[in-house]
Design a protein around this ligand. Structure first.
Ligand code: SF4
Ligand code: SF4
Length: 355
């Protein structure tokens, strides 16, 4: 049962969500600049390889998209986040960042840090790098097991030291909880606190890609709940600012494990340009929900005239969501949690309340 005070707060959050949805200002633009990756992680939702059948997107093609965006909105208000694959696989990453910066867009990247040498880091900072998300999936043994590389933990630790020593940089550490690192969460927290990390994002695996076939990735019900108890406790301790990722309505944990109430921003304030030119929202959303392609369409025409499936989620009221009393707050969960038919793959709320 959700108590009255929380219901009132959820109703207020619902009004805000509808107002933002009606306005749908583009605020975060992901660029999947490459599908190549130097790791082969157990939980990865994609099937990245060192070499990919899809070539890296030429920088000029994405920069043309930025011109289309800048023609209709203030570039200072649109944060470009470079993802992959692994962005550092691109030798021209710093040049890309500099060109994005010169067009007036703030930019950052999501990286596994394996190729983030101090020299490369300096080049990226000089090119205007403003934010970094780096993944850490355990202490040394479990992180390297998850990442399939014996050097990965050391590189992440080095990246964290470089980030914490950089004034003005926005950064966070992302941890994906699985069977193997679940019991390590307090030790990972101590490690991050010891390194002076300010922000820590904790997520759970959702069942697609390699993770779907790997039982070690999937948490038991008590562990799933335990993740939220752990985040709550960590926030109360206030040594590091921990948050759960954006996916999933969490019932009574709403307002306790994130800085805001549940809101899937995909297609509402978040857009993306994928490596093959597809226009989407978050990179983990299925191709069935792509809205256009930069090689055929003006990005802003698509942003302004399409994306209805993202902005009116009435279609999600089906299957498990059809009779759900939380639909008014949740609207069917994150877009990336739906299959090609619209069916929901995973409900956080029901997993928490029915176990
Ligand atoms: S059943 Fe659907 S609407 Fe209800 S909480 Fe789960 S995802 Fe949200
Ligand atoms: S699609 Fe998923 S990852 Fe993207 S904003 Fe929605 S919940 Fe978050």
């Amino acid at each position: 049962m959700i108590n009255l005070k929380k219901r009132v707060a959820l109703e207020a959050a619902r009004i805000i969500r509808h107002n933002v949805t009606a306005e749908h200002p583009l605020r975060h633009l992901f660029w999947e600049c490459t599908l190549r990756c130097n790791l082969h992680c157990r939980h990865c939702g994609s099937d990245c390889r060192q070499a990919s059948a899809t070539p890296d997107m030429p920088a000029a093609d994405f920069l043309r998209v930025l011109d289309e965006v800048a023609a209709r909105t203030n570039p200072n208000n649109v944060f470009v986040i470079i993802t992959g694959g692994e962005p550092l696989m691109r030798p021209d990453l710093a040049e890309c960042g500099r060109a994005i910066h010169d067009k007036g867009f703030p930019w950052g990247m999501v990286t596994n840090a394996l190729a983030l040498t101090p020299e490369r880091y300096r080049q990226l900072l000089a090119a205007g790098l403003g934010s970094v998300t780096v993944s850490l999936d355990g202490l040394e043994e479990s992180h390297n097991w998850m990442r399939g590389n014996e050097h990965s933990f050391g590189r992440v630790a080095q990246a964290i030291e470089m980030m914490t020593a950089t004034p003005g940089l926005t950064y966070d550490v992302l941890t994906c909880v699985n069977q193997r690192n679940y019991r390590e969460l307090p030790a990972i927290r101590s490690f991050l606190v010891g390194k002076g990390v300010g922000r820590w994002r904790v997520v759970t695996v959702f069942p697609v890609g390699r993770a779907a076939k790997d039982p070690e990735m999937r948490l038991e019900d008590t562990q799933f709940r335990g993740v939220f108890e752990f985040i709550k406790e960590t926030r109360q301790q206030a040594q590091i600012h921990a948050s759960y990722g954006c996916e999933g309505f969490l019932g009574n944990y709403e307002g306790q494990v994130r800085d805001h109430f549940y809101f899937c921003h995909a297609g509402i304030t978040v857009g993306s340009v994928l490596c093959d030119g597809s226009i989407s929202a978050c990179a983990s959303i299925r191709p069935d929900y792509h809205q256009g392609n930069i090689y055929r369409d003006n990005f802003m025409d698509v942003w302004e005239r399409r994306f209805q499936v993202y902005r009116n989620r009435a279609w999600a009221r089906q299957g498990e969501c059809a009779e759900c009393s939380m639909f008014r707050y949740c609207e069917g969960g994150g877009m990336h949690l739906h299959d090609e038919t619209g069916r929901l793959l995973f409900c956080h709320y029901h997993r928490l309340t029915e176990t």
